[in-house]
Design a protein around this ligand. Structure first.
Ligand SMILES: *Cc1c(COP(=O)(O)O)cnc(C)c1O
Length: 420
């Protein structure tokens, strides 16, 4: 990401952030569009080098919008959706339905019918009940993957672990339910069994769990005599929020995953399937920042200092939700950053924290701008109207362009569904 101070002012891709804040207001999400594109290309290149049959499906839930979806199409990505709303957004953006995959542990009949109507490419069936429901609603053949649970614990926050045995997602390969569901799919009227999917969790910083999952899944496929055309390994590749995080090493990590795949395919005499992965966070997180304006600065002598900004948990929920840490910097360069400041939001909750103990200048005051880094994933998409806060605007910057891709919500929009 090209975030740098030029003449003491923070710039992204050569555009001064104070000017963007002036023009579009704060809080403001600003993305490095080139950075998003280069992440997409990095994923493509690791698979292309190995001349594998593959596809990369972006998980909409990390951040989606009409312009984001258009960018993904230009970058030859496929798309995961988990709701009618995400699917609608993709369709409105003109994304080809055949390149969309539908996930979710509780797809409603209404969602399934809509997805069938628009002709999406693949359903990732998550439960026994869904086999029957989908089969009943479909009146022509649909391709499905089964979401299996390989029973792998990953070292990440429990709210973003998904592949352990005790999970609401998928069917276990250990207790026999996955195999039962595959049999049911094969015996159904309209469902074409294409293969399996698993997703181990999120913010995983090493390839170990992915390798382990491959070992477990290949052994199970072989033992159960299941042929697959598609193997979907999910997403979850970690990013660097602060200096304590390790970024998932995309090049090295996938080189190892692919070589394990080839070895297992030879060992079990299972032809290499079409490989799918589903990165979300790692495509957008590090490309995005949030700009806030500082308001009240409160010192409690000998205790602490609170620096309040003009947004908070309505646009930054990951810290209140699971204690996620972020780096905060001033938009005007100030090397005298010694004071431990708690950067907090303006919403009426004590847990409305952006960053505890941030290193900010001693003389920070009302009107200063701060940037919170690595807020490109699970921020705008998790934003709410709590306290009747309006969702921020979103800007894409590239070397030679700045464009608004989502307008700031208006007061009028806050009450547009209210009966007056
Ligand atoms: C959330 C999710 C992803 C994306 O996870 P990231 O950590 O954002 O890469 C991929 N697949 C499934 C099924 C998911 O639920």
């Amino acid at each position: 990401m090209t975030l740098e101070y030029i003449n003491n002012e923070l710039h992204m891709n050569g555009h001064a952030l104070n000017q963007l804040a002036e023009q579009y207001g704060t809080p403001l999400f600003v993305y490095d569009e080139d950075g998003i594109r280069s992440q997409c290309r990095k994923y493509h290149s690791v698979f292309e080098q190995e001349s594998l049959d593959y596809s990369i499906s972006y998980a909409s839930k990390a951040f989606t919008s009409v312009q984001m979806v258009k960018l993904l199409q230009e970058e030859d990505m496929k798309l995961d959706v988990v709701s009618r709303g995400e699917l609608y957004t993709a369709i409105q953006a003109g994304f080809p339905a055949s390149h969309i995959h539908f996930h979710g542990n509780n797809k409603t009949a209404e969602e399934i019918s809509y997805a069938l109507d628009v002709g999406i490419g693949l359903f990732v069936v998550d439960a026994m009940d869904e086999v029957a429901l989908l089969d009943q609603l479909a009146d022509q053949p649909v391709d499905v993957l089964l979401r299996i649970n390989p029973g792998i614990d990953v070292n990440t926050h429990s709210y973003i672990q998904t592949g352990q045995e005790d999970s609401k997602f998928g069917l276990s390969i250990h207790n026999g339910t996955a195999l039962e569901a595959i049999t049911a799919i094969k015996n159904s009227r309209n469902l074409n069994f294409k293969g399996v999917h698993y997703h181990l969790g999120s913010q995983i910083d090493e390839e170990g769990p992915f390798l382990k999952a491959l070992d477990v899944v290949f052994e199970w496929l072989s033992k159960s005599g299941i042929d697959i055309e598609i193997l979907n390994m999910g997403g979850g590749y970690g990013v660097r929020y602060t200096e304590v995080d390790t970024r998932y090493p995309i090049e090295k990590g996938f080189a190892n995953i692919i070589s394990r795949l080839k070895a297992l395919s030879a060992e079990y005499d299972i032809p290499l399937p079409h490989i799918m992965i589903e990165p979300g966070r790692s495509i957008v997180a590090e490309a995005g920042i949030t700009l806030y304006e500082v308001g009240v600065v409160k010192d409690i002598p000998g205790v602490s200092r609170y620096v309040s900004v003009d947004g908070g948990m309505s646009d930054h929920i990951r810290t209140p939700l699971y204690g996620a840490e972020y780096e905060v910097v001033t938009v005007k360069e100030n090397k005298n950053q010694s004071m431990n400041a708690n950067v907090v939001g303006k919403l009426c909750e004590s847990g409305d924290i952006v960053r505890k103990n941030a290193a900010l200048p001693e003389d920070i005051r009302r009107g200063d701008l701060v940037a919170v880094k690595t807020t490109g994933a699970y921020h705008y998409s998790m934003a709410s109207n709590y306290n009747q806060m309006m969702k921020p605007a979103v800007i894409f910057t590239s070397r030679d362009n700045v464009r608004e891709i989502i307008r700031r919500q208006s007061l009028e929009q806050l009450i547009q569904n209210d009966i007056k």
